[in-house]
Write a protein that binds this ligand. Structure first.
Ligand SMILES: *Cc1c(COP(=O)(O)O)cnc(C)c1O
Length: 227
């Protein structure tokens, strides 16, 4: 099946309120172009430089979709990132949020950010430890930053061969999400729960995700050399 067909098949099988972010890493501009033509609304990139190259090669078409930073954002790349991305999904400290806020002055609209939760407390993964009080405090502090708009949580979750094993991690993340939402903090829009990838998106949606990030299932296997 073609990329367009793969995208449309997933789009049809999931509820309308779930946003699909297509992970663009290692893909060519032609592949991203094809998926945008097929109706894709959101593209995710892991690196600022690759996002920039992709954005430039897509020309006018790049402006038709929302761009999400889904990789680790280095401090010295924030300015460039703000020129491309609509959403930074990987904020994992107040320091990082403050650095983005500072550089977002002068941008018309507040920059949308999600907090990345390291739900499995994995040493090798980025993100905030899944301690509710820590996360709540962080959201409270971030809500005071005028050029940012806190809009949700993102998690990678541990990668298991068997997606069923992710259930408890997805549940924990959803629980934190609901508790933050219930605070009804001013200037806080707890709307998006970004969890689930190619191997786990169906289960993630069952567990309350409303944004999935897909690469392989739409574009095919990545070349391992540069994934
Ligand atoms: C690559 C990537 C995905 C998509 O991975 P697939 O398993 O190919 O669907 C999702 N989220 C992040 C942060 C990624 O880097």
């Amino acid at each position: 099946m073609s990329i367009a067909e793969n995208y449309q098949r997933v789009r049809e099988e999931i509820p309308d309120n779930v946003t699909i972010v297509l992970a663009g890493k290692t893909r060519t501009p032609e592949e991203i172009d094809e998926v945008i033509e097929a109706g894709a609304t959101d593209i995710g990139e892991n690196y600022v430089q690759e996002a920039e190259a992709m954005y430039d090669s897509l020309g006018e078409k790049a402006k038709k979709v929302r761009w999400h930073m889904i990789g680790h954002l280095q401090k010295n790349k924030i300015n460039k990132a703000l020129g491309i991305f609509d959403v930074i999904q990987t904020v994992d400290s107040l320091e990082k949020a403050a650095a983005i806020d500072k550089r977002a002055q002068g941008i018309e609209k507040p920059v949308s950010i999600y907090l990345e939760i390291n739900i499995g407390s994995e040493m090798t993964k980025a993100g905030i430890k899944p301690e509710y009080e820590v996360i709540e405090n962080l959201v409270r502090e971030i809500s005071k930053l005028e050029h940012l708009s806190f809009e949700g949580l993102m998690t990678m979750g541990p990668r298991f061969g068997n997606p069923e094993d992710s259930i408890s991690y997805f549940r924990k993340t959803k629980n934190i999400f609901e508790r933050i939402k219930a605070l009804n903090l001013p200037r806080v829009k707890t709307e998006t729960l970004s969890m689930g990838m190619s191997n786990s998106y169906k289960i993630a949606i069952e567990e309350g995700s409303n944004m999935i990030r897909l690469g392989t299932v739409v574009f095919g296997e990545r070349n391992l050399k540069n994934s």
